[in-house]
Design a protein around this ligand. Sequence first.
Ligand code: GLP
Length: 258
Amino acid sequence: MRFDDPDALADWVASLLLQERLRRPERPLGLATGRTMEPVYAALVRQVKELPPQEQRELRRRWCSFNLDAYVGLDRADPGSFAAEMANRLTAPLGLDPERVHLPDGRAADPHAAAECYGAQLAAAGGIGLQLLGLGLNGHVGFNEPPCAADAPCRCLELSPVTRHQNAGAFGGDPDAVPKRAITLGLREILAAERLLLVVTGAAKAEVLARTLQEPPTASLPASWIQHHPRALVVADQEAMRALSAATPLMGAEAGNP
Ligand code: GLP
């Protein structure tokens, strides 16, 4: 799907997430953080608040989401943590039960065991229905840094300098202040989702989006593995699409109906 207007893009993505929650409440929703998702969550909050009160209550009662990733070593209350980001953008504005908005435990004494536990918790919940994904400048999804095999499981890993630089904004602009490790769902759990929704905005992502869709899937560009997914949809704005060759269809676009 291609959008000229960023607000229209955010609205469209939010309504897909909302429909998924309303129609398939038994399947966990896979959520992502990052600047790309800020307008999406703002639109989602607006849309939920427009629902009749009974539907809003039902949505809260049956909410179940699993975030892709979390930094190791940050408390949930740390403003740079993804837990704080989710609390501020979604959990608090919607009045969700924080126990139903799952994130990896970045403060666990043993982050490797915490990652294994998070993967098991997701599996016990039935796996992801619809997985929302952003795109890292180095082609990561979640925090699956290159190189990354298509069957890499949920795990604790080292973040690359590129990623720590990309995410420095949430840490006063200082890449050295960005945690060195993170827990992330792996490509294994991501590719096992029923549907994938990759959202890419802005000129800075144009080159990596073109490579993600045009190059053969490879471990050196983890997002490229989504080409193997039968129900992946890519949603992008004009800026992000400007390096795509005209011959490259956006995945899922032909289907019209994701
Ligand atoms: C971050 C997160 C991803 C996110 C991506 C894009 O590092 N781990 O889940 O989707 O990179 O971030 P942004 O939207 O800020 O560009």
